[in-house]
Write a new protein. Structure first.
Length: 343
């Protein structure tokens, strides 16, 4: 049974909308208004990345087939789909090979070679009986589904999530540099909270008030915001404080019923240096000042969420690897659960 547009829409999570075009099915994590906003920026090429997109459904099918066309949409050429049955990882569709990976200092990072992109496919044995199937899409690329299918006589039931989330941030929120999309902190957080989240992360992004003014077609329960590290590097203090204040004011006004969490930047190897924006901890201090004026914004200190050790970073100073993300996702989920009185 081939999955059509209506079925894919019903089982897709992390999407603002899904379209069927001549070359396949496209999964959009940004709204059309947000896409139009970014078209005029240097981040336009990253908008098609499918960060945070998932297919999630119950089925008794023994087989899952996926054929995809993967196009470059970030500075990283490696990609992976993660396929899960219940909580068991069955496998991946990926172009990651030993030839494309540099092993150094006990860590992993992308090599300088361009790994192949294009058409890939996978056929997965799901086994007997009813099960929950989850397909995590690549964060690093534009992944279009050419075709997907299950057994002709199988049932397929969408899994809906009651908790709705928006996740804003820079490259770390986007997913850099998780080899497994299910291992990015945003995916770990989403799964831990049992939520349907839309990942708005963009590599290199800073506080952009115009993005916060774009209202979604959902009323989110939770919003996380994790900018700051790029602002600290590239903005003056005045510019950072203006953009930060306007972003939180807009997001708070747009979603007065949401619990909004301002996450301070995680540790980076050069965080003891000073920039035109000030000291690294000045970011946290200003977040606290902003949050004091907004009733639905809470500050979470993320600096220690990843151990202060370069082996947990793919580039040894800024972007977590899968090991670093495991710490980040778990720590952040635990902190948010405290505020939500969740276990």
């Amino acid at each position: 049974m081939n999955l059509n547009l209506e079925t894919l829409r019903s089982i897709a999570l992390g999407t603002a909308y899904v379209t069927e075009e001549e070359n396949g099915f496209h999964f959009h994590r940004f709204t059309k208004e947000q896409e139009d906003l970014y078209k005029t920026t240097s981040f336009a090429d990253k908008i098609p990345c499918t960060a945070g997109v998932k297919l999630c459904f119950r089925t008794n099918s023994r087989r899952l087939y996926i054929k995809t066309n993967v196009k470059k949409a970030s500075s990283r050429s490696f990609f992976a789909f993660d396929i899960f049955k219940n909580s068991e990882k069955l496998g991946q569709i990926t172009n990651i090979t030993n030839e494309g990976i540099v092993f150094s200092k006990g860590s992993l990072m992308p090599g300088n070679v361009d790994l192949p992109l294009g058409i890939f496919e996978g056929d997965f044995d799901l086994g007997e009986g009813d099960k929950t199937v989850t397909v995590y899409f690549p964060w690093s690329a534009d992944a279009t589904i050419i075709s997907a299918g299950i057994d002709d006589d199988a049932i397929l039931e969408p899994i809906k999530k009651e908790i709705k989330m928006l996740i804003f941030g820079d490259s770390i929120t986007h997913g850099y540099d998780a080899f497994s999309p299910s291992g990015a902190y945003s995916a770990i957080l989403t799964d831990a909270l049992g939520a349907d989240s839309r990942n708005k992360g963009i590599g290199g992004e800073k506080f952009r008030p115009e993005l916060a003014l774009c209202k979604e077609d959902i009323d989110p329960n939770i919003i996380t915001v994790a900018y700051g590290t790029n602002d600290w590097c590239h903005h003056t203090k005045d510019t950072f404080e203006k953009n930060c204040s306007e972003f939180y004011e807009a997001i708070s006004k747009n979603y007065p019923n949401a619990k909004i969490f301002a996450i301070t930047p995680i540790w980076r190897a050069d965080c003891n240096e000073a920039t035109a924006c000030g000291h690294f901890d000045d970011i946290k201090n200003f977040f606290i000042k902003v949050a004091e004026k907004l009733p639905n914004v809470r500050v979470i200190d993320g600096k220690d969420f990843v151990p202060h050790n370069e082996k947990y970073f793919s580039d040894f100073y800024l972007h977590p690897n899968d090991g670093g993300f495991a710490y980040y996702g778990k720590a952040l989920a635990n902190e948010i659960k405290k505020h939500l009185n969740m276990r």
